[in-house]
Write a protein that binds this ligand. Structure first.
Ligand SMILES: [Zn+2]
Length: 334
């Protein structure tokens, strides 16, 4: 019998406990991830990843965080996805500067809704060129005609479906340069079903226009419609074959927020207008419903690039963003 076993029982138990603790700490390194994920290699992502980007126009951020206003979004967040606070890039907090910042990955020289077409190669153009796919595979459907000035710098490489500039039409909305969100959404879903695009952007408008008009009931109905559309998009993703679904991410954000003291307006003088949000659903997304950290509107582009396996682009000037950890986590890139 060794000297060890002749020691008093208490001491032996203590030594054993220490040894067991050290062993269990060692054997648990590296820590297993909370749930299995299929991130795919950078190459697999470049070949097969998909992203759907849905933008709502100027919703009140608190309304997005409200389970009453966005019931389906919040029901889904309980089991998957994350909802983050975000900050609009332009202090002017207008639509076109917001959409240009999303497409450029940094604030552009656009400060109002009258500015000219974006000059940078946009996110959509980068994807069409780098993934080497035809225009139909990188598609945008918009309710507002001016979105054309944000999503592409040139014609041809990207599929753009948006109304022309013009006065209100019979059967359409009472505001100019637009069509109803339901028309935009139906066209986008039809395109998804036919083409299964690698990148699909759907840009809605109704919430902003009803808010400007001061029609609270219609504004809330437009939010509920967007809420149902989010559920519809997630169902489309869930219907994909397993591997394709695991490489598909849905992002939802907005161009700007609305004034804290005046929900009808937004802009430089309306405090709170830069308060926006970013929701995300996908295999790599942190499944924690809410994350306190505020992210930036300009982070959306590099986040999407990373989801396609491209590394962060450090060359962008003017306060460019970076991939959002809660969404991309350790997605491989090259
Ligand atoms: Zn507006």
């Amino acid at each position: 019998m060794s000297r060890f076993f002749r020691r008093p029982f208490v001491l032996k138990a203590l030594l054993l406990a220490i040894a067991l603790t050290m062993w269990s700490q060692n054997s648990s390194m590296p820590e297993p991830s909370v749930e299995p994920r299929n991130e795919g290699s950078a190459r697999a992502r470049k070949k097969r990843a998909r992203v759907i980007l849905l933008t709502l126009d100027g919703p009140v951020r608190d309304d997005i965080f409200s389970t009453e206003r966005m019931p389906q979004l919040h029901a889904t967040l309980k089991t998957r996805g994350v909802l983050l606070k975000a900050r609009a890039a332009s202090s002017m907090a207008m639509s076109l500067p917001g959409y240009q910042a999303l497409a450029a990955g940094h604030a552009t020289s656009c400060h109002d809704n009258e500015c000219s077409r974006i000059t940078d190669e946009t996110l959509l153009e980068f994807l069409a060129r780098s993934l080497v796919v035809p225009a139909e595979q990188v598609a945008v459907f918009a309710s507002w005609s001016r979105l054309k000035r944000a999503v592409t710098s040139k014609d041809g490489a990207v599929f753009v479906d948006a109304p022309d500039d013009g006065l209100p039409q019979v059967g359409g909305p009472r505001w100019k340069n637009a069509r109803f969100d339901s028309t935009t959404f139906d066209a986008a879903v039809a395109h998804w079903n036919q083409q299964k695009p690698r990148f699909l952007q759907i840009s809605l408008l109704d919430t902003d226009e009803w808010a400007h008009a001061g029609f609270r009931e219609e504004y809330e109905a437009a939010l509920l419609a967007a809420d149902a559309q989010i559920a519809h998009l997630l169902a489309l993703v869930d219907a994909l074959p397993d591997e394709e679904r695991s490489l598909t991410t849905v992002l939802i954000t907005s161009d700007h927020g609305r004034g804290h003291s005046n929900w009808r307006e937004h802009g430089f003088f309306e405090l709170g207008s830069r308060d926006i949000f970013l929701a995300a659903f996908g295999e790599t997304v942190l499944h924690s419903a809410f994350d306190e950290k505020e992210v930036l509107q300009v982070d959306v582009r590099p986040t999407i690039e990373r989801l396609f396996g491209f590394c962060t682009n450090e060359r962008r000037v003017g306060g460019g963003g970076r991939p959002i950890e809660a969404i991309t986590r350790d997605v491989a890139c090259e």
